[in-house]
Design a protein around this ligand. Structure first.
Ligand code: 13P
Ligand code: SF4
Length: 336
């Protein structure tokens, strides 16, 4: 399997004062109405984008619920504030809608690390396997799959597939794959991809912080390395770990996922204390700052521009879309 190398972009700073944010929001709200548009945002985007999505009747969630919201929305235009695979998923599920993104540069290391040509060869080598791919992949990869899953249902889908007795190809996240493999004992062949944000969490550092805060519950996204997952009280998708922060009796939480999630955690569980799980330290490339550099490319500035000029439209070739729709619809129908 070809090991891909790619550039992880630098973080861009887009600090605005409150007055500027209010002015942007006001103008964007007008444009949303004018274009019958709705914002669907991920929890890892900036606070101002998450607030605007909710204030305008849009939606902020994990990747599974973003897909569900997009498919049932009455809006004729969806602004997907997240990363490219989320925009493509929206287009695959709602070809009649116009799908715009604040920037087309926002991608994902898992998507980049699973090129269609090599994945096709991988699948052909194990043609008796059921192909399960994570939502963080391109439309072309989804078109080769039997199932698409997100972190919130990956484990349940694999358990369900074990009943069929067939071996499984899992791609692209090796850590999520090995976690599911270890939980289920399923016969799985894993692709060697990873998330540049989550792979930086460090088990040793986490142990050290746990010893300082023994009363804190540890919440971990399963794209993290196995040693970090082992220390978790709760392992789950972004929505699942936000729910745990609200439901658990603990007052303190150590959180191993993108720091964008703290906005929702603080608003739903005010008074609780959230501590960032340690990474390799603050590095220039953000391979180690616990914030996805691609999610961070979504700004109020490019969101307004997108709406004003109809920029950054997502299109998926019809042949690919039709094929990708089958495993995606399976995902939406599973535990709907
Ligand atoms: P969720 O499906 O848990 O929101 O995860 C998406 C993602 O990109 C995590 O890095
Ligand atoms: Fe991809 Fe990781 Fe960014 Fe999520 S946090 S979009 S998995 S690079």
């Amino acid at each position: 399997m070809a090991k891909l190398d790619f550039e992880v972009p630098l973080h861009q700073s887009h600090a605005m004062d409150d007055e500027e944010i209010r002015a942007y929001k006001k103008r964007i709200l007008r444009l949303l109405k004018k274009h019958n548009a709705s914002i669907v945002a991920h929890y890892y985007t900036d606070d101002a984008i998450q607030e605007l999505a909710e204030e305008s009747g849009g939606f902020v969630s994990d990747s599974l619920e973003m897909a569900r919201f997009g498919a049932r929305s009455d809006a004729t235009t969806l602004i997907v504030a997240g990363v490219k695979f989320m925009g493509e998923t929206a287009k695959i599920l709602s070809p009649e809608k116009r799908i715009l993104m604040p920037t087309l540069e926002a991608t994902c290391s898992l998507d980049l690390g699973c090129p269609p040509e090599s994945f096709k060869i991988f699948c052909e080598s194990f043609s008796d396997h059921t192909v399960v791919v994570y939502a963080n992949t391109s439309a072309e990869i989804k078109a080769m799959a039997d199932w698409v899953v997100t972190s919130s249902i990956g484990l349940d889908v694999v358990e369900f597939l074990m009943g069929e007795g067939k071996p499984i190809i899992w791609a692209p996240d090796k850590f999520l794959g090995s976690y599911i493999n270890q939980q289920t004992g399923a016969n799985m062949r894993l692709w060697n991809g990873s998330c540049v944000v989550h792979e930086e969490f460090k088990a040793n550092g986490l142990k050290a912080i746990k010893s300082i805060h023994p009363d804190a519950a540890v919440l971990v996204h399963p794209e993290s390395p196995p040693g970090v997952i082992e220390l978790a009280d709760v392992v789950g998708s972004t929505t699942q770990i936000i729910r745990a922060a609200v439901d658990l009796p603990n007052k303190k939480f150590i959180v191993a996922t993108d720091t964008g999630i703290f906005h929702k955690m603080r608003s739903l569980a005010p008074g609780k204390i959230f501590i960032e799980a340690p990474t390799g330290g603050n590095g220039a490339t953000c391979r180690s700052c616990a914030h996805c550099p691609w999610m961070g490319m979504n700004t109020l500035v490019n969101l307004e521009n997108t709406l004003l000029h109809g920029l950054n439209e997502i299109n998926v070739p019809e042949n690919t879309r039709e094929k990708a729709m089958i495993p995606l619809q399976r995902m939406l129908d599973f535990q709907a």
